[in-house]
Design a protein around this ligand. Sequence first.
Ligand code: ADP
Ligand code: MG
Length: 232
Amino acid sequence: ESTLDPRLFVKKAQPSGQEGFRTEKSFENLGLSARLLQNIQAKGYLTLTNIQEQSILPLLEGKDMMAISKTGSGKTAAFLIPIIEHALKDPRNFTALVVTPTRELALQIEEEFKSLTQGMQLYSATFIGGTNINSDHAKLERKLQVIVGTPGRLLDLSDRKVLDLRKVNTLVLDEFDRMLDMGFVLDVNKLVNRIGKRDQTLLFSATLEPAQKKLIDGLLSNPVEVKVNSGS
Ligand code: ADP
Ligand code: MG
């Protein structure tokens, strides 16, 4: 018994690694719309994670952002909550595009958006490879506040002129490091060029390589830089 490593017990106390990311701040003091707050609480989110605490207010103010924080730290809600708040203010003119590297991540983001927008007249759709592109055309016939997708399929729809990227006013590059690892850099550049002028650009990543800094500087304008190191 005396040979047991005490560190084993520390790990056991934090099985998911999630606890280290939590703050004690509640969502109530962010000035969010009542229905959004209600939906956040219905998901069981009682306190902000670290990255959420640092990013939600500057994003609500419309700032560009580069946010680095580990997987599992709550980055999806960190960008979706301000997006939903902005969409509620001007649903007819608001269009956010969330670009993410994998189909699975895209579906998870849309699921999170749907649960956070219960009871609101806000709409989203997901566009990913491996699905029938013709059914994407129908999804784009209605006004969508949030478009989620993987780079290849989004470009494909833009080539076909069914997706008009010029109307995107908020761009989120999610899991940016993985996007580069998977060889999407040219696709991302193409998407960004086709979007052109926009109000807000958000880049979320688990890691940041110094070599990527120049590329990132070209995508963001005067960004707030947020880095969270907690959790391990
Ligand atoms: P990341 O994108 O940083 O990898 P996710 O956005 O996928 O992380 O979130 C990881 C998990 O944490 C999800 O299951 C999500 O529902 C949960 N989560 C997010 N924010 C909170 C919060 N404030 N309180 C509790 N759980 C949260
Ligand atoms: Mg994520």
